[in-house]
Design a protein around this ligand. Structure first.
Ligand code: NAD
Length: 256
């Protein structure tokens, strides 16, 4: 079992860090939020006083932060030159491809192996250890990261070189965002045209409109498998985060 530093214990990171601790790893955790840190210690992690303290003597480091600016800042000030150079660094946040490549290059220049490893799957998947990881980095870095990521997920896929994980994540979420908006609009129109939502679901799931957003995550309560719609639209993957991902997709499209 390894000594790990884990930074960013929010909705996603909290469950992920707990799963690493449950698997027997010695997880030194840090978050700017005292409440998030307290929750993580109640679930088997050890509280660190700072991000730097979390990564000292770590064999592996995981970050799960809101956006590119936080990732750049935490790696520059608290990880590079602070964690042992033998540590494998894994950033699981969803950030822009350019920042991911920049941070991995800085890590490489400081003799670290690092991957970008964003996830698909929401808070329930983070809790249940069933995330899908899309990983960018060298074969060597992927080989080192894979066993840790596998502890937190059901699938760990090597997408290509540095930044390829973020590219896959952004493209996937562009498809998801577009199909979820289309699914919502479609069900509103179907109901306004007098169709019963369940009847329309039964038809469209056997027709060419079939897609994950409808058959696995139907936005209409009582239709299809249980989804946030059945829990009074209780929060999960926030609309603000999807907006962030769609903006990242547009940014990436402009740059390409
Ligand atoms: P969150 O806001 O709940 O958690 C982020 C945590 O990072 C917070 O607890 C915050 O206090 C902490 N943090 C910020 N700056 C810090 C710093 N400098 N040092 C230490 N801690 C710091 O966000 P989340 O929902 O857990 O999402 C995290 C990442 O995962 C995002 O990039 C998001 O796009 C991605 N993601 C989220 C979901 C989801 O369903 N929520 C799904 C897939 C991917």
């Amino acid at each position: 079992m390894a000594r790990l530093g884990f930074i960013g214990l929010g909705n996603m990171g909290g469950g992920m860090a707990a799963n690493l601790a449950k698997a027997g790893h010695d997880v030194r955790a840090f978050d700017l939020s005292a409440e998030a840190l307290e929750k993580a210690t109640a679930r088997g992690c050890l509280a660190a006083g700072s991000a730097t303290e979390a990564v000292e003597e770590a064999e592996a480091v995981v970050t799960m932060l809101p956006a590119g600016t936080h990732v750049r800042d935490v790696y520059e000030h608290s990880i590079l030159g602070k964690a042992p150079p033998s540590a494998i660094l894994m950033d699981c946040s969803t950030i822009d491809v350019a920042t991911a490549r920049e941070v991995i290059e800085k890590a490489r220049a400081a003799a670290y192996l690092m991957v970008d490893a964003p996830v698909s799957g929401g808070i329930a998947a983070a809790e249940g250890g069933t995330l899908t990881f899309m990983v960018g980095g060298t074969d060597e870095a992927f080989g080192r990261a894979e066993p840790f990521l596998a502890t937190m997920g059901k699938a760990v896929i090597h997408a290509g070189g540095a930044g390829a994980g973020q590219a896959a994540k952004i493209c996937n979420n562009m498809l998801l965002g577009a199909s979820m908006i289309a699914t919502c609009e479609t069900f509103v129109l179907a109901q306004k045209l007098g169709l019963d939502p369940q009847t329309f679901f039964d038809i469209a799931s056997k027709a060419s409109g079939q897609c994950w957003s409808m058959t696995s995550y139907c936005p209409v309560p009582g239709v299809g498998p249980e989804t946030p719609a059945d829990r009074d639209y209780d929060g999960g993957f926030a609309a603000a985060l999807m907006l962030k991902d769609l903006k990242l997709a547009m940014e990436a499209a402009s740059s390409a």
